[in-house]
Design a protein. Structure first.
Lengths: 315, 405
């Protein structure tokens, strides 16, 4: 009798794959808007034409630019003037320390944010100066000279004090770009830093109160408490997070989340941080996966040989 | 009391007390299987293996899972996925096996329908099998509640709402099932109990019934021919292994079972390590939030076809037809009026078309059940759902007109 098993196998595999295609790749392509990444090129921001001078930049940052009125620069010996919950009560969110801003954020983005924060951050729908809705970060109006040159100098200064771009760690990238609004409880990260282990319960509660005060300010500033990102690598996936980071409005129009302006390299580090939080065992999975596959293929070969031997007498 | 003699060996000792040799014959070496069957007959063994994988991985997960609304999500996603050694592995095995088991169940079911394995004394095999399908469905649904993610919560909300019976507004029944007005601690606690105790016990009992139901009518074969098992097994035992139409379950058929299981496991572990996303919906990695409805709520893929029978109609008609679709498969042996118990391709055009149309239409329903019910998808879903109902209503008519082959 003709052996029908190959054709039966083809039929079974065909219907299984058809079902898989329809309910997975196809259905998800219909349900979710597809946003293409621009590779963090920030094409909408003007290109930089001036070459900055870090020494003049330093004078501006520390002096006429008035950056240090709100921002700390710890590497330059300028610690934060206020505790984070106090700063957030004043500005809505704690203004970032600028020590490594030059390495983590894109230069075009830094230029634009100094000049026009709401534009660079893509939150002009929330902050419209003409309606009196001022962004908490005051734009730099110039120190008397060529404003573009002055901004280029300031950015050059920030780049000169920052770590080298290849020295940016996942934690550094995440904390600077995301960590002042988002907690990652699985990495013990809160919006005001990693909670230390206190010996005294009173100290622990005092920390919690500061955190709650901080979160109240962000809630008022953003409209809701930004979500904990612990499992975002599984719930949103790398592509969504990347394109959302690059341009939040592209995925969720009207969102209060600002564009964070990270470089492509820093974005990769942020993803790595989120993978460490929500897909911690991915390396182990790949390694064990390979071993299991090898083992199971050997099992299948032995099972096949056993079958051949047993069935020799049956025909 | 039976007469016992001094045992000559451990085997003899056990034989006198447990009749292990007899049991071995009845269960394995003289449990006769027809030779003319193909690899689709190994789906039962694959289901046994998958059930064992689910049971073992489930036992490990149970050691760390915390069934409270405050801790459930973190006990799964933090404790099991990060802290426990190989916790991630057990969870991925459990999640993928829960999905794949339904693929195999559907293959097993359609094999039964195609080869007429529910007819002529095999009715109880089919009925116990469909009861197992119901039990597995309940097991899958209750298990899906446990990680207490967004999909757990909202699927729990939607499915328990069905019990309000549409225009009957039986909200008391919904509240009774939930133990609360919304899915909350009481809901999670009882679904946890159902998932880890009551339903698994029911499944194990039903598996016993399913196997027992197979005993007297024997396994069907791919030609639908009747086999005289007494004559053929005698031929086999007399040494004419090649000439006999039957073989031993063990080791003869079991060696083939294991070969198919081996190939299945390659596929299974590929999914576990490299393509698990289909079985672990991304939305469920967001913690449950009763104030935030997900954009799209859909069940796991194996419930989509019946969900799509509910969805295109108004709530009352939808519930009636949904109920119809849930139970109608159980009655297949009695709805199929044909005198033939042979493969579908030899039963005449009408049934052949019925079979392939049913299979294709259920895939269409599955796809439409996931896609958002808008525009063309709604229209296709409506037509498919009506076609499904019409096909079942037509089955007794087309099969009673079938000629004896």
């Amino acid at each position: 009798m003709k052996n029908k098993e190959p054709i039966i196998l083809i039929v079974v595999v065909f219907f299984a794959l058809l079902t898989y295609y329809l309910v997975e790749p196809y259905a998800h392509s219909v349900m979710h808007k597809h946003v293409e990444s621009e590779g963090f090129s920030y094409a909408d921001l003007p290109t930089i034409e001036k070459k900055g001078d870090a020494t003049r930049g330093q004078e501006l940052v520390m002096g006429a630019g008035a950056c240090v009125g709100c921002h700390s620069i710890e590497v330059a010996g300028m610690p934060a003037a206020m505790e984070p919950q106090m700063a957030a009560a004043s500005y809505g969110v704690n203004p970032p320390d600028l020590s490594n801003a030059g390495a983590i954020f894109d230069a075009k983005f830094l230029v634009d944010i100094i000049k026009n924060p709401a534009h660079a951050l893509m939150v002009e729908h929330k902050f419209d100066a003409e309606k009196g809705q001022m962004h908490p970060m005051v734009p730099f109006y110039g120190a008397g000279g060529d404003i573009d040159q002055e901004i280029a100098d300031m950015v050059a200064y920030l780049q000169s004090i920052a770590v080298k771009p290849e020295e940016v760690t996942p934690t550094m990238a995440f904390e600077n770009a995301c960590g002042r609004c988002h907690a990652v409880s699985y990495e013990n990260w809160t919006q005001i830093g990693i909670k230390p282990s206190f010996k005294d319960k009173k100290d622990s509660l005092a920390f919690d109160i500061k955190l709650l005060e901080y979160q109240d300010s962000i809630k008022a500033y953003m409209g809701k408490l930004p979500p904990d990102l612990s499992m975002y690598i599984r719930s949103r996936g790398e592509h969504y997070i990347n394109t959302f980071m690059e341009n939040p409005q592209s995925q969720l129009e009207g969102t209060a989340m600002p564009r964070v302006g990270v470089t492509a390299e820093s974005a990769e580090k942020v993803i790595e941080y989120l993978e460490d939080a929500g897909d911690t065992k991915r390396h182990e999975r790949e390694e064990i996966g390979m071993n299991v596959m090898i083992y199971i293929v050997i099992f299948a070969i032995f099972a096949f040989l056993w079958k051949k031997q047993v069935w020799r007498d049956l025909h | 009391m039976a007469h016992f003699t001094k045992a000559t060996s451990v085997k003899d000792w056990l034989n006198q007390r447990l009749a292990i040799e007899k049991v071995e014959k009845v269960m394995a070496s003289e449990y006769w299987i027809p030779k003319n069957i193909n690899f689709l007959w190994a789906m039962g063994m694959i289901l046994v293996v998958t059930f064992v994988l689910l049971l073992v991985s489930g036992i490990f997960l149970l050691m760390y899972y915390v069934p409270t609304v405050d801790e459930a999500f973190d006990s799964v996603n933090y404790t099991i996925m990060r802290e426990v050694d190989f916790g991630w592995l057990w969870r991925h095995v459990h999640g993928v096996a829960a999905s794949v088991v339904f693929l195999i169940i559907y293959i097993h079911m359609f094999t039964g329908i195609y080869y007429g394995s529910y007819k002529k004394g095999r009715e109880m095999i089919w009925i116990s099998g469909m009861l197992l399908f119901v039990a597995f469905s309940a097991e899958a649904f209750s298990g899906y509640m446990l990680p207490w993610g967004q999909m757990s919560y909202w699927a729990g909300m939607v499915i328990t709402n069905l019990f309000s019976g549409g225009s009957l507004h039986a909200n008391f029944l919904v509240e009774w099932i939930r133990g609360d007005y919304v899915p909350a601690q009481a809901f999670l606690g009882r679904f946890f109990m159902l998932h880890v105790l009551l339903i698994p016990v029911a499944i194990m009992g039903l598996i016993g019934l399913h196997f027992a139901a197979l005993r007297i009518p024997h396994v069907n074969n791919q030609d639908g021919g009747e086999i005289d098992f007494d004559v053929e097994s005698k031929k086999y035992l007399d040494g004419d292994k090649a000439g006999s139409k039957v073989m031993r379950f063990a080791n003869d058929f079991m060696s083939k079972d294991m070969m198919v299981v081996g190939i299945f496991l390659i596929f299974f572990f590929y999914l576990v390590f490299y393509n698990y996303g289909f079985a672990m919906d991304a939305v469920n990695f967001d913690p449950a939030d009763g104030l935030k409805t997900p954009t799209h709520i859909y069940p796991e893929w194996y419930f989509l076809w019946s969900y799509e029978i509910l969805r295109p109609f108004n709530i009352d008609l939808g519930l009636v037809l949904f109920g119809f679709a849930q139970v109608i498969f159980v009655f297949l042996p009695f709805i199929d009026r044909s005198p033939n118990s042979i493969p579908a391709n030899r039963r005449g055009t009408a049934f052949k078309v019925w079979f392939w149309l049913m299979l294709s239409n259920m895939i269409v329903l599955t796809a439409m059940g996931k896609l958002p019910p808008e525009g063309m998808f709604s229209a296709i879903g409506l037509v498919s759902a009506i076609l499904f109902i019409v096909q079942w209503l037509a089955l007794p008519i087309i099969t009673s007109m079938e000629k004896k082959v």
